[in-house]
Design a protein around this ligand. Structure first.
Ligand code: FAD
Length: 498
Protein backbone atom coordinates (compact mmCIF):
# COMPACT_ATOMS: atom_id res chain seq x y z
CA UNK A 1 0.00 0.00 0.00
CA UNK A 2 1.07 3.51 -0.68
CA UNK A 3 2.02 5.36 2.51
CA UNK A 4 -0.33 8.14 1.53
CA UNK A 5 -3.48 5.97 1.19
CA UNK A 6 -6.07 7.60 -1.06
CA UNK A 7 -4.67 9.23 -4.17
CA UNK A 8 -5.64 12.89 -4.22
CA UNK A 9 -2.60 14.37 -5.91
CA UNK A 10 -0.65 13.11 -8.93
CA UNK A 11 2.80 14.51 -9.64
CA UNK A 12 4.16 14.11 -13.17
CA UNK A 13 7.93 14.39 -13.44
CA UNK A 14 8.90 15.57 -16.92
CA UNK A 15 7.20 17.63 -19.61
CA UNK A 16 8.09 16.00 -22.91
CA UNK A 17 5.32 14.57 -25.08
CA UNK A 18 4.73 11.77 -22.53
CA UNK A 19 4.45 14.17 -19.57
CA UNK A 20 2.00 16.47 -21.30
CA UNK A 21 -0.05 13.61 -22.75
CA UNK A 22 -0.39 12.23 -19.21
CA UNK A 23 -1.18 15.67 -17.80
CA UNK A 24 -3.83 16.35 -20.46
CA UNK A 25 -5.62 13.04 -19.95
CA UNK A 26 -5.54 13.10 -16.14
CA UNK A 27 -6.53 16.78 -15.92
CA UNK A 28 -9.44 16.21 -18.28
CA UNK A 29 -10.79 12.93 -16.97
CA UNK A 30 -10.06 13.28 -13.23
CA UNK A 31 -11.05 16.93 -12.92
CA UNK A 32 -12.45 17.57 -9.44
CA UNK A 33 -11.24 14.22 -8.14
CA UNK A 34 -7.47 14.52 -8.25
CA UNK A 35 -4.99 17.43 -8.43
CA UNK A 36 -2.40 17.22 -11.21
CA UNK A 37 1.03 18.86 -10.96
CA UNK A 38 3.78 18.64 -13.60
CA UNK A 39 7.45 19.45 -13.00
CA UNK A 40 9.72 20.08 -15.97
CA UNK A 41 13.06 21.65 -16.65
CA UNK A 42 13.54 23.84 -19.69
CA UNK A 43 17.28 23.66 -19.10
CA UNK A 44 17.26 19.87 -19.58
CA UNK A 45 14.78 20.02 -22.48
CA UNK A 46 13.09 17.14 -24.28
CA UNK A 47 14.29 14.45 -26.68
CA UNK A 48 12.74 16.56 -29.48
CA UNK A 49 11.78 13.74 -31.84
CA UNK A 50 8.68 11.54 -32.08
CA UNK A 51 6.61 13.08 -34.85
CA UNK A 52 4.92 10.16 -36.57
CA UNK A 53 1.85 8.52 -35.02
CA UNK A 54 -0.65 5.70 -35.60
CA UNK A 55 -4.47 5.87 -35.81
CA UNK A 56 -5.39 5.42 -32.11
CA UNK A 57 -4.08 8.97 -31.58
CA UNK A 58 -7.39 10.17 -33.09
CA UNK A 59 -9.33 8.16 -30.48
CA UNK A 60 -7.19 9.62 -27.73
CA UNK A 61 -7.95 13.13 -28.95
CA UNK A 62 -11.65 12.29 -29.05
CA UNK A 63 -11.47 11.08 -25.46
CA UNK A 64 -10.05 14.44 -24.48
CA UNK A 65 -12.42 16.44 -26.70
CA UNK A 66 -9.53 17.95 -28.69
CA UNK A 67 -10.64 19.87 -31.76
CA UNK A 68 -8.81 18.41 -34.77
CA UNK A 69 -8.52 21.59 -36.80
CA UNK A 70 -7.20 23.53 -33.81
CA UNK A 71 -4.72 20.73 -33.12
CA UNK A 72 -3.53 20.62 -36.73
CA UNK A 73 -3.00 24.36 -36.92
CA UNK A 74 -1.16 24.43 -33.59
CA UNK A 75 1.21 21.57 -34.45
CA UNK A 76 1.57 22.05 -38.24
CA UNK A 77 0.36 18.49 -38.54
CA UNK A 78 -0.24 16.52 -41.72
CA UNK A 79 -2.23 13.34 -42.24
CA UNK A 80 -0.62 9.92 -42.33
CA UNK A 81 -2.10 6.88 -44.08
CA UNK A 82 0.79 4.49 -43.56
CA UNK A 83 4.53 4.00 -43.92
CA UNK A 84 6.46 3.53 -47.15
CA UNK A 85 9.10 0.85 -46.57
CA UNK A 86 11.91 1.08 -49.07
CA UNK A 87 14.85 -1.32 -49.53
CA UNK A 88 13.74 -3.71 -46.75
CA UNK A 89 13.19 -7.07 -48.49
CA UNK A 90 15.84 -6.28 -51.11
CA UNK A 91 17.54 -3.06 -52.20
CA UNK A 92 15.10 -1.43 -54.65
CA UNK A 93 11.95 -2.93 -53.09
CA UNK A 94 9.11 -0.72 -51.95
CA UNK A 95 5.83 -1.46 -50.23
CA UNK A 96 3.47 0.63 -48.13
CA UNK A 97 2.21 -0.64 -44.81
CA UNK A 98 -1.15 1.14 -44.77
CA UNK A 99 -3.70 1.79 -42.05
CA UNK A 100 -7.25 0.53 -42.55
CA UNK A 101 -8.51 -2.71 -44.01
CA UNK A 102 -7.36 -4.54 -47.11
CA UNK A 103 -9.76 -6.39 -49.37
CA UNK A 104 -12.75 -8.34 -48.21
CA UNK A 105 -12.39 -11.86 -46.94
CA UNK A 106 -14.93 -14.10 -45.31
CA UNK A 107 -15.62 -15.39 -41.82
CA UNK A 108 -13.49 -18.49 -42.39
CA UNK A 109 -10.77 -17.19 -44.68
CA UNK A 110 -9.16 -13.77 -44.51
CA UNK A 111 -8.58 -11.74 -47.62
CA UNK A 112 -4.97 -12.78 -48.22
CA UNK A 113 -6.20 -16.28 -49.11
CA UNK A 114 -8.42 -14.84 -51.87
CA UNK A 115 -5.55 -12.69 -53.04
CA UNK A 116 -3.11 -15.62 -53.15
CA UNK A 117 -5.62 -17.79 -54.96
CA UNK A 118 -6.11 -14.94 -57.42
CA UNK A 119 -2.39 -14.94 -58.16
CA UNK A 120 -2.58 -18.60 -59.17
CA UNK A 121 -5.43 -17.63 -61.55
CA UNK A 122 -3.34 -14.96 -63.24
CA UNK A 123 -4.81 -11.98 -61.34
CA UNK A 124 -1.54 -10.39 -60.44
CA UNK A 125 -2.58 -6.96 -59.08
CA UNK A 126 -0.43 -6.18 -56.01
CA UNK A 127 -1.86 -6.77 -52.51
CA UNK A 128 -1.85 -3.01 -51.91
CA UNK A 129 -4.34 -2.45 -54.74
CA UNK A 130 -7.03 -3.75 -52.39
CA UNK A 131 -6.55 -1.04 -49.75
CA UNK A 132 -8.01 2.43 -50.17
CA UNK A 133 -5.60 4.04 -47.67
CA UNK A 134 -2.65 2.65 -49.56
CA UNK A 135 -3.92 3.82 -52.93
CA UNK A 136 -4.72 7.28 -51.57
CA UNK A 137 -1.26 7.44 -49.99
CA UNK A 138 0.38 6.51 -53.28
CA UNK A 139 -1.56 9.25 -55.08
CA UNK A 140 -0.74 11.82 -52.31
CA UNK A 141 -4.47 12.27 -51.72
CA UNK A 142 -6.58 12.63 -48.61
CA UNK A 143 -10.06 13.57 -47.40
CA UNK A 144 -12.23 13.18 -44.37
CA UNK A 145 -15.82 12.21 -45.13
CA UNK A 146 -18.09 15.26 -45.18
CA UNK A 147 -21.31 13.38 -45.65
CA UNK A 148 -22.64 10.02 -46.73
CA UNK A 149 -21.09 8.62 -49.87
CA UNK A 150 -18.81 11.57 -50.59
CA UNK A 151 -15.52 9.99 -49.61
CA UNK A 152 -14.40 6.71 -48.09
CA UNK A 153 -13.72 6.70 -44.39
CA UNK A 154 -9.94 6.69 -44.34
CA UNK A 155 -8.18 5.33 -41.30
CA UNK A 156 -5.46 7.83 -40.52
CA UNK A 157 -3.00 9.25 -38.03
CA UNK A 158 -0.84 12.38 -38.00
CA UNK A 159 2.65 13.67 -38.48
CA UNK A 160 3.12 16.43 -35.92
CA UNK A 161 5.73 18.86 -34.61
CA UNK A 162 6.74 17.34 -31.26
CA UNK A 163 7.71 20.63 -29.60
CA UNK A 164 4.50 22.36 -30.68
CA UNK A 165 2.43 19.36 -29.64
CA UNK A 166 3.84 19.46 -26.09
CA UNK A 167 3.06 23.20 -25.93
CA UNK A 168 -0.46 22.60 -27.26
CA UNK A 169 -1.10 19.94 -24.62
CA UNK A 170 0.42 22.15 -21.95
CA UNK A 171 -2.08 24.94 -22.70
CA UNK A 172 -4.87 22.38 -22.80
CA UNK A 173 -3.87 20.93 -19.40
CA UNK A 174 -3.25 24.27 -17.68
CA UNK A 175 -6.73 25.46 -18.70
CA UNK A 176 -8.09 22.41 -16.87
CA UNK A 177 -6.21 23.25 -13.68
CA UNK A 178 -2.94 21.34 -14.09
CA UNK A 179 -0.19 23.20 -12.23
CA UNK A 180 3.18 23.40 -14.00
CA UNK A 181 6.33 23.90 -11.95
CA UNK A 182 9.54 24.88 -13.72
CA UNK A 183 12.65 23.49 -12.09
CA UNK A 184 15.26 20.78 -12.05
CA UNK A 185 14.57 17.79 -9.83
CA UNK A 186 17.58 17.39 -7.58
CA UNK A 187 16.51 14.71 -5.10
CA UNK A 188 13.69 12.20 -4.84
CA UNK A 189 12.64 11.50 -1.24
CA UNK A 190 10.95 8.26 -0.16
CA UNK A 191 8.75 6.90 2.63
CA UNK A 192 10.15 4.03 4.68
CA UNK A 193 8.33 1.47 2.49
CA UNK A 194 10.06 2.81 -0.60
CA UNK A 195 7.10 4.84 -1.91
CA UNK A 196 8.06 8.20 -3.32
CA UNK A 197 7.21 11.08 -1.00
CA UNK A 198 8.42 14.15 -2.88
CA UNK A 199 10.60 15.70 -5.55
CA UNK A 200 13.05 18.28 -4.24
CA UNK A 201 14.05 20.85 -6.86
CA UNK A 202 17.37 22.68 -7.23
CA UNK A 203 15.85 25.81 -5.69
CA UNK A 204 14.83 23.84 -2.57
CA UNK A 205 11.13 23.66 -3.43
CA UNK A 206 9.58 20.32 -2.39
CA UNK A 207 6.76 18.85 -4.46
CA UNK A 208 4.96 16.05 -2.63
CA UNK A 209 2.24 13.76 -3.97
CA UNK A 210 0.38 10.46 -3.59
CA UNK A 211 1.08 9.01 -7.04
CA UNK A 212 4.06 9.88 -9.24
CA UNK A 213 4.30 9.49 -13.00
CA UNK A 214 7.84 9.21 -14.27
CA UNK A 215 8.07 10.97 -17.65
CA UNK A 216 11.71 11.98 -17.32
CA UNK A 217 12.70 10.29 -20.58
CA UNK A 218 15.76 8.06 -20.87
CA UNK A 219 16.96 9.34 -17.46
CA UNK A 220 14.15 7.40 -15.72
CA UNK A 221 14.82 9.44 -12.60
CA UNK A 222 12.10 7.90 -10.46
CA UNK A 223 11.46 4.40 -11.76
CA UNK A 224 15.12 3.43 -12.22
CA UNK A 225 17.45 5.86 -10.51
CA UNK A 226 15.28 5.86 -7.37
CA UNK A 227 13.25 2.62 -7.39
CA UNK A 228 15.62 0.41 -9.43
CA UNK A 229 12.88 -1.34 -11.40
CA UNK A 230 15.42 -3.02 -13.69
CA UNK A 231 15.66 -3.12 -17.47
CA UNK A 232 15.24 -6.00 -19.91
CA UNK A 233 17.45 -5.36 -22.92
CA UNK A 234 16.28 -6.18 -26.43
CA UNK A 235 19.33 -5.01 -28.37
CA UNK A 236 20.14 -8.56 -29.52
CA UNK A 237 16.88 -8.39 -31.52
CA UNK A 238 16.78 -4.67 -32.19
CA UNK A 239 20.42 -3.69 -32.67
CA UNK A 240 19.92 -0.07 -33.79
CA UNK A 241 20.83 2.18 -30.87
CA UNK A 242 21.49 5.62 -32.31
CA UNK A 243 19.84 8.19 -34.53
CA UNK A 244 21.18 11.34 -36.09
CA UNK A 245 18.38 13.81 -36.70
CA UNK A 246 17.90 17.06 -38.58
CA UNK A 247 14.99 19.23 -39.64
CA UNK A 248 14.85 20.55 -43.19
CA UNK A 249 12.78 22.99 -45.19
CA UNK A 250 9.52 21.78 -46.73
CA UNK A 251 9.76 19.72 -49.90
CA UNK A 252 7.77 20.18 -53.10
CA UNK A 253 5.62 17.13 -52.36
CA UNK A 254 3.50 16.43 -49.29
CA UNK A 255 2.99 12.67 -49.09
CA UNK A 256 0.47 11.44 -46.51
CA UNK A 257 2.90 8.81 -45.28
CA UNK A 258 6.18 8.44 -43.42
CA UNK A 259 9.12 7.12 -45.43
CA UNK A 260 11.31 4.44 -43.83
CA UNK A 261 14.26 3.76 -46.11
CA UNK A 262 16.58 0.96 -45.11
CA UNK A 263 20.33 1.42 -45.58
CA UNK A 264 23.15 -1.00 -44.94
CA UNK A 265 23.27 -0.46 -41.16
CA UNK A 266 19.75 0.70 -40.25
CA UNK A 267 17.17 2.96 -41.85
CA UNK A 268 16.26 6.58 -42.48
CA UNK A 269 12.97 8.43 -41.93
CA UNK A 270 11.33 11.37 -43.62
CA UNK A 271 8.32 12.87 -41.90
CA UNK A 272 6.53 15.62 -43.86
CA UNK A 273 4.99 18.40 -41.76
CA UNK A 274 3.23 21.52 -43.04
CA UNK A 275 6.18 23.81 -42.29
CA UNK A 276 9.21 21.49 -42.51
CA UNK A 277 10.39 17.90 -42.89
CA UNK A 278 11.71 15.78 -40.02
CA UNK A 279 14.65 13.57 -41.02
CA UNK A 280 16.53 10.97 -39.06
CA UNK A 281 19.01 8.23 -39.77
CA UNK A 282 18.72 5.28 -37.39
CA UNK A 283 21.78 3.03 -37.12
CA UNK A 284 23.53 0.40 -35.09
CA UNK A 285 26.72 1.84 -33.61
CA UNK A 286 28.45 -1.54 -34.02
CA UNK A 287 28.03 -1.23 -37.79
CA UNK A 288 28.26 2.50 -38.56
CA UNK A 289 30.19 5.39 -37.00
CA UNK A 290 28.52 8.64 -35.93
CA UNK A 291 30.45 10.59 -38.54
CA UNK A 292 29.49 8.23 -41.38
CA UNK A 293 25.85 8.32 -40.24
CA UNK A 294 25.87 12.10 -40.11
CA UNK A 295 27.36 12.35 -43.60
CA UNK A 296 24.91 9.81 -45.00
CA UNK A 297 21.99 11.77 -43.54
CA UNK A 298 23.25 15.06 -44.96
CA UNK A 299 23.94 13.51 -48.37
CA UNK A 300 20.36 12.23 -48.58
CA UNK A 301 18.59 15.52 -47.75
CA UNK A 302 16.23 16.87 -50.40
CA UNK A 303 15.96 20.40 -48.98
CA UNK A 304 18.31 22.63 -46.93
CA UNK A 305 18.83 21.80 -43.25
CA UNK A 306 17.34 24.14 -40.64
CA UNK A 307 19.74 23.10 -37.86
CA UNK A 308 22.93 21.20 -37.13
CA UNK A 309 22.38 17.42 -37.05
CA UNK A 310 22.11 15.97 -33.54
CA UNK A 311 22.93 12.42 -32.39
CA UNK A 312 20.57 10.64 -29.97
CA UNK A 313 21.64 7.40 -28.27
CA UNK A 314 19.16 4.88 -26.95
CA UNK A 315 18.86 1.33 -25.82
CA UNK A 316 15.99 -0.91 -26.88
CA UNK A 317 14.18 -2.82 -24.17
CA UNK A 318 11.64 -2.44 -21.41
CA UNK A 319 11.55 -1.48 -17.78
CA UNK A 320 10.86 -4.71 -15.88
CA UNK A 321 8.11 -3.08 -13.85
CA UNK A 322 6.50 0.09 -15.13
CA UNK A 323 4.30 0.45 -12.04
CA UNK A 324 6.38 0.05 -8.90
CA UNK A 325 5.35 1.31 -5.45
CA UNK A 326 3.47 4.55 -6.07
CA UNK A 327 5.28 5.33 -9.33
CA UNK A 328 4.16 4.64 -12.89
CA UNK A 329 6.65 5.14 -15.74
CA UNK A 330 5.39 6.38 -19.13
CA UNK A 331 7.22 7.29 -22.31
CA UNK A 332 10.93 6.74 -22.73
CA UNK A 333 11.43 6.15 -18.99
CA UNK A 334 9.35 2.96 -19.37
CA UNK A 335 11.48 1.60 -22.21
CA UNK A 336 11.84 1.98 -25.93
CA UNK A 337 11.28 -0.43 -28.79
CA UNK A 338 12.34 1.41 -31.95
CA UNK A 339 10.90 4.34 -33.89
CA UNK A 340 10.24 2.16 -36.95
CA UNK A 341 6.46 1.72 -36.66
CA UNK A 342 5.86 4.99 -34.75
CA UNK A 343 4.43 3.24 -31.70
CA UNK A 344 5.91 5.16 -28.78
CA UNK A 345 3.35 7.98 -28.57
CA UNK A 346 0.58 5.42 -28.97
CA UNK A 347 2.05 3.36 -26.14
CA UNK A 348 2.01 6.14 -23.59
CA UNK A 349 -1.43 7.31 -24.69
CA UNK A 350 -2.60 3.78 -24.03
CA UNK A 351 -0.68 3.70 -20.75
CA UNK A 352 -2.50 6.73 -19.45
CA UNK A 353 -5.84 5.25 -20.53
CA UNK A 354 -4.87 2.05 -18.72
CA UNK A 355 -4.03 4.07 -15.63
CA UNK A 356 -7.39 5.84 -15.80
CA UNK A 357 -9.14 2.47 -16.00
CA UNK A 358 -7.17 1.07 -13.06
CA UNK A 359 -6.83 4.33 -11.17
CA UNK A 360 -5.92 3.74 -7.49
CA UNK A 361 -8.44 6.18 -5.99
CA UNK A 362 -8.40 4.38 -2.64
CA UNK A 363 -4.65 3.84 -2.67
CA UNK A 364 -2.08 1.82 -4.58
CA UNK A 365 -2.49 -1.93 -4.17
CA UNK A 366 -0.19 -4.74 -5.36
CA UNK A 367 -3.07 -6.20 -7.39
CA UNK A 368 -3.60 -2.97 -9.35
CA UNK A 369 0.11 -2.62 -10.06
CA UNK A 370 0.40 -6.28 -11.09
CA UNK A 371 -2.55 -6.03 -13.47
CA UNK A 372 -1.18 -2.84 -14.99
CA UNK A 373 2.25 -4.39 -15.45
CA UNK A 374 0.87 -7.57 -17.03
CA UNK A 375 -1.28 -5.67 -19.50
CA UNK A 376 1.66 -3.44 -20.41
CA UNK A 377 4.11 -6.24 -21.06
CA UNK A 378 1.62 -8.23 -23.16
CA UNK A 379 1.00 -5.23 -25.36
CA UNK A 380 4.65 -4.31 -25.65
CA UNK A 381 5.95 -7.75 -26.55
CA UNK A 382 3.55 -8.05 -29.49
CA UNK A 383 4.67 -4.71 -30.88
CA UNK A 384 8.29 -5.71 -30.29
CA UNK A 385 7.76 -8.89 -32.35
CA UNK A 386 6.14 -6.95 -35.17
CA UNK A 387 9.08 -4.58 -35.35
CA UNK A 388 11.70 -7.34 -35.17
CA UNK A 389 9.89 -8.91 -38.14
CA UNK A 390 10.92 -5.96 -40.36
CA UNK A 391 14.60 -6.55 -39.65
CA UNK A 392 14.54 -10.33 -39.73
CA UNK A 393 12.32 -11.03 -42.74
CA UNK A 394 14.71 -9.86 -45.41
CA UNK A 395 16.70 -11.23 -48.31
CA UNK A 396 19.36 -8.53 -47.98
CA UNK A 397 22.88 -9.92 -47.98
CA UNK A 398 24.77 -6.74 -48.75
CA UNK A 399 26.19 -5.91 -45.30
CA UNK A 400 27.19 -7.45 -41.95
CA UNK A 401 24.23 -5.63 -40.36
CA UNK A 402 21.67 -7.40 -42.57
CA UNK A 403 23.51 -10.70 -42.24
CA UNK A 404 23.13 -10.35 -38.49
CA UNK A 405 19.44 -9.41 -38.63
CA UNK A 406 18.53 -12.09 -41.17
CA UNK A 407 20.19 -14.90 -39.24
CA UNK A 408 19.52 -13.86 -35.63
CA UNK A 409 17.34 -15.99 -33.39
CA UNK A 410 14.02 -14.22 -32.90
CA UNK A 411 11.56 -14.62 -29.98
CA UNK A 412 9.61 -17.92 -30.19
CA UNK A 413 6.36 -15.96 -30.36
CA UNK A 414 7.54 -14.32 -33.60
CA UNK A 415 9.18 -17.43 -35.04
CA UNK A 416 5.81 -19.22 -34.73
CA UNK A 417 3.96 -16.45 -36.51
CA UNK A 418 6.42 -16.41 -39.39
CA UNK A 419 6.24 -20.18 -39.71
CA UNK A 420 2.44 -20.13 -39.67
CA UNK A 421 2.36 -17.61 -42.48
CA UNK A 422 5.04 -19.41 -44.47
CA UNK A 423 3.23 -22.74 -44.19
CA UNK A 424 -0.36 -21.67 -44.63
CA UNK A 425 -0.68 -17.87 -45.14
CA UNK A 426 -2.39 -17.54 -41.78
CA UNK A 427 -2.02 -14.26 -39.89
CA UNK A 428 -3.93 -13.12 -36.84
CA UNK A 429 -4.47 -10.34 -34.34
CA UNK A 430 -4.86 -11.28 -30.70
CA UNK A 431 -7.28 -9.42 -28.42
CA UNK A 432 -4.77 -7.08 -26.83
CA UNK A 433 -2.68 -6.51 -29.93
CA UNK A 434 -2.21 -3.15 -31.61
CA UNK A 435 -1.29 -4.34 -35.13
CA UNK A 436 -3.99 -6.02 -37.16
CA UNK A 437 -3.62 -9.12 -39.24
CA UNK A 438 -3.50 -6.91 -42.34
CA UNK A 439 -0.46 -5.15 -40.90
CA UNK A 440 1.28 -8.47 -40.48
CA UNK A 441 0.26 -9.55 -43.96
CA UNK A 442 1.45 -6.36 -45.66
CA UNK A 443 4.85 -6.58 -44.00
CA UNK A 444 5.28 -10.33 -44.52
CA UNK A 445 4.35 -10.16 -48.20
CA UNK A 446 6.10 -6.81 -48.65
CA UNK A 447 9.30 -8.37 -47.35
CA UNK A 448 9.11 -11.30 -49.71
CA UNK A 449 7.80 -14.13 -47.57
CA UNK A 450 5.98 -16.39 -50.01
CA UNK A 451 3.42 -18.65 -48.32
CA UNK A 452 3.67 -22.28 -49.43
CA UNK A 453 -0.09 -22.72 -49.36
CA UNK A 454 -3.30 -20.93 -48.45
CA UNK A 455 -6.78 -21.79 -47.24
CA UNK A 456 -8.32 -24.25 -49.68
CA UNK A 457 -11.85 -22.99 -49.01
CA UNK A 458 -11.28 -20.23 -51.53
CA UNK A 459 -10.93 -22.83 -54.29
CA UNK A 460 -14.67 -23.43 -53.98
CA UNK A 461 -15.28 -20.05 -55.61
CA UNK A 462 -15.73 -20.30 -59.39
CA UNK A 463 -12.80 -18.53 -61.11
CA UNK A 464 -15.01 -15.91 -62.80
CA UNK A 465 -16.63 -15.03 -59.44
CA UNK A 466 -13.25 -14.62 -57.79
CA UNK A 467 -12.04 -12.48 -60.65
CA UNK A 468 -15.19 -10.30 -60.43
CA UNK A 469 -14.89 -10.01 -56.64
CA UNK A 470 -11.26 -8.85 -56.83
CA UNK A 471 -11.92 -6.55 -59.76
CA UNK A 472 -14.85 -4.93 -57.95
CA UNK A 473 -12.73 -4.14 -54.91
CA UNK A 474 -10.02 -2.56 -57.06
CA UNK A 475 -12.55 -0.58 -59.11
CA UNK A 476 -14.36 0.77 -56.04
CA UNK A 477 -11.07 1.88 -54.55
CA UNK A 478 -9.89 3.37 -57.83
CA UNK A 479 -13.07 5.44 -58.19
CA UNK A 480 -12.93 6.59 -54.56
CA UNK A 481 -9.29 7.70 -54.81
CA UNK A 482 -9.97 9.47 -58.09
CA UNK A 483 -12.46 11.76 -56.33
CA UNK A 484 -10.18 12.67 -53.42
CA UNK A 485 -8.43 16.05 -53.31
CA UNK A 486 -4.67 16.18 -52.95
CA UNK A 487 -3.32 15.93 -49.42
CA UNK A 488 -1.90 19.44 -49.70
CA UNK A 489 -5.17 20.96 -50.95
CA UNK A 490 -7.14 19.21 -48.26
CA UNK A 491 -4.89 20.45 -45.46
CA UNK A 492 -4.85 24.03 -46.76
CA UNK A 493 -8.63 24.09 -46.84
CA UNK A 494 -9.13 22.20 -43.57
CA UNK A 495 -6.71 24.29 -41.54
CA UNK A 496 -8.07 27.55 -42.94
CA UNK A 497 -11.62 26.73 -41.88
CA UNK A 498 -13.26 25.63 -38.62
P1 FAD B 1 11.56 13.47 -23.15
O1 FAD B 1 11.07 14.14 -24.36
O2 FAD B 1 13.03 13.22 -23.04
O3 FAD B 1 11.11 14.34 -21.92
C1 FAD B 1 11.67 14.20 -20.64
C2 FAD B 1 11.21 15.33 -19.76
O4 FAD B 1 11.71 15.12 -18.45
C3 FAD B 1 11.69 16.70 -20.22
O5 FAD B 1 10.67 17.66 -20.02
C4 FAD B 1 12.84 16.99 -19.26
O6 FAD B 1 13.05 18.36 -19.07
C5 FAD B 1 12.30 16.31 -18.00
N1 FAD B 1 13.35 16.00 -17.03
C6 FAD B 1 14.31 15.05 -17.10
N2 FAD B 1 15.10 15.09 -16.01
C7 FAD B 1 14.61 16.09 -15.23
C8 FAD B 1 14.99 16.64 -13.97
N3 FAD B 1 16.05 16.20 -13.29
N4 FAD B 1 14.25 17.65 -13.49
C9 FAD B 1 13.18 18.15 -14.16
N5 FAD B 1 12.77 17.66 -15.35
C10 FAD B 1 13.50 16.65 -15.88
N6 FAD B 1 7.70 8.02 -31.08
C11 FAD B 1 6.66 7.99 -31.92
O7 FAD B 1 5.53 7.73 -31.50
N7 FAD B 1 6.84 8.24 -33.23
C12 FAD B 1 8.06 8.48 -33.77
O8 FAD B 1 8.17 8.74 -34.97
C13 FAD B 1 9.18 8.44 -32.92
N8 FAD B 1 10.44 8.65 -33.38
C14 FAD B 1 11.50 8.59 -32.50
C15 FAD B 1 12.81 8.68 -32.98
C16 FAD B 1 13.88 8.55 -32.11
C17 FAD B 1 15.27 8.60 -32.63
C18 FAD B 1 13.65 8.39 -30.73
C19 FAD B 1 14.80 8.30 -29.77
C20 FAD B 1 12.38 8.33 -30.26
C21 FAD B 1 11.29 8.39 -31.12
N9 FAD B 1 9.99 8.27 -30.67
C22 FAD B 1 8.95 8.24 -31.53
C23 FAD B 1 9.74 8.23 -29.24
C24 FAD B 1 9.29 9.62 -28.78
O9 FAD B 1 10.26 10.57 -29.14
C25 FAD B 1 9.09 9.66 -27.29
O10 FAD B 1 8.33 8.57 -26.86
C26 FAD B 1 8.37 10.92 -26.90
O11 FAD B 1 9.04 12.04 -27.37
C27 FAD B 1 8.23 11.02 -25.40
O12 FAD B 1 9.43 11.28 -24.78
P2 FAD B 1 9.39 11.52 -23.22
O13 FAD B 1 8.39 12.57 -22.93
O14 FAD B 1 9.25 10.21 -22.55
O15 FAD B 1 10.87 12.03 -22.90
Amino acid sequence: MSSSGAVKKVVIAGGGTAGWVAAAALSKRLQGLVDVVLVESEEIGTVGVGESTIPPVTLFHNLLGIDEQEFMRATDATFKLGISFENWGQVGDRYIHPFGTTGKGSFLADFQHYYLHGLTQGIDAPFGDYCVELQAARAHKFAKPQGQGEAPLLSYAYHLDAGRYARFLRQFSEKLGCVRIEGKINTVTQHTNGDIRSLVLDDGQEVSGDLFIDCTGFRALLIEQTLHAGFERWDHWLPCNKAVVVQTQSAATLPPYTRAMAHDAGWQWKIPLQHRVGNGLVYAADFLSDEAARQRLLDGLETPALMEPRVISYQTGRRKQVWLNNCVAMGLSSGFIEPLESTSIYLFMNSVIRLLRLFPFAGVTPALAAEYNQQSVRELEKIRDFIILHYHQTERRDSPFWDYCRTMTVPDSLAQRIELFRDSALAFQTGDEMFRLESWTHVLLGQRLKPQSYHQLVQQIPPQDLSRHLQQIRDTIGRAVERLPSHREFIAHYCASG
